[in-house]
Design a protein. Sequence first.
Length: 351
Amino acid sequence: MVTNVSGYAAHSKQDRLAPWNFQRRDPRSDDVMIDILFCGVCHSDVHNVRDDWGNAVYPMVPGHEIIGRVASVGSTVTRFKVGESVGVGCMIDSCQHCKPCLRGLEQYCDEGSAYTYNGLDRHDHTPTYGGYSENIVVSDKFVLKVPDGMELKGAAPLLCAGVTTWSPLRHWNVGKDSQVAVVGLGGLGHMGLKLAKALGADVTLFSRSPGKEVDARRLGADRIIISTDAAQMGEVKGRFDLIIDTVPMLHDINPYVPTLALGGTLVLVGYLGDLDPMLNTAPMVMGRKSVAGSLIGGVKETQEVLDFCGRHGITADVEVIRIDEINEAYERMLRSDVKYRFVIDMASLKA
Ligand SMILES: NC(=O)c1ccc[n+]([C@@H]2O[C@H](COP(=O)([O-])OP(=O)(O)OC[C@H]3O[C@@H](n4cnc5c(N)ncnc54)[C@H](OP(=O)(O)O)[C@@H]3O)[C@@H](O)[C@H]2O)c1
Ligand SMILES: [Zn+2]
Ligand SMILES: [Zn+2]
């Protein structure tokens, strides 16, 4: 039986998000039905709602940093029980048999993973609707366990901002001897600082915003470099093994490449599209440096970052909002006025 659900949706790229009722599909035998408690607000929600990537399908119910409680489970589900705290991130399905899927990298599925929203269900091809809503139905393989005792509102952003910074930190083997930098102190950036510090790295923040110094240090940065200050950029020449660039807009990445150490990598996770100005290859060639990209993380990595955060007492720094404050939250996010992740208290849908 389908479930009637209330949520918030965008109906076009010009529209503000507004209340919208829709139906969740009939749960299948491997499905978990989750009552949503909190949903983080990712800058990707803003990009998707405003169709920055040209693939928006409306009505769109955004939200892929979902924390909730199991309401019911299908007959073949053994890993979850009713009442348990669980999470859902950016994906709800993938083919499960291609090489990336078999390596636990479902985000790179050869057939394309099914996104939590603005995607299609792989079985019945109905549109997927995300976490700005009362509940969600997800196959058990894509449901994450929340470590016991973890603060639930602060756990939500781990499902996207957390794993998106964790995946490159792990892929490039960051540890005690690593020099790591993060570009941009927003939702992803603040998780990058916390996670890199907890892995034992020496951590630097590149920011355009001088006012973020105190927060950055509290979040794990050993130093802050104002990226528009050429003298400060010169001080960190040749330093970093890994730079995670979280900036959501087109920006010049050339000034960062000389700050990489020999063999270092600048990994873009924020901006999608052509670079302008173009990338100068000279500092890359002369120092065997790489510019790379990285997409969220697989289910295994997502559970790994949740468990790591559980052991290290890490959650996101969040500002809890009501669902009817979501349009203002988007505007604030575009002004970089967020410390450091908005999280919607989903009880406000009913209030
Ligand atoms: N690859 C993936 O899988 C993945 C996953 C999630 C999100 N994303 C993308 O990652 C990006 C960041 O997401 P978020 O949620 O962390 O966003 P956010 O909270 O808005 O933070 C972005 C930060 O980037 C800096 N910034 C913003 N505009 C800038 C500009 N024009 N030039 C230079 N710096 C700028 C600001 O930091 P300062 O004030 O410190 O400079 C800002 O706080 C978005 O594009 C999002 O879609 C990608
Ligand atoms: Zn996201
Ligand atoms: Zn696959």
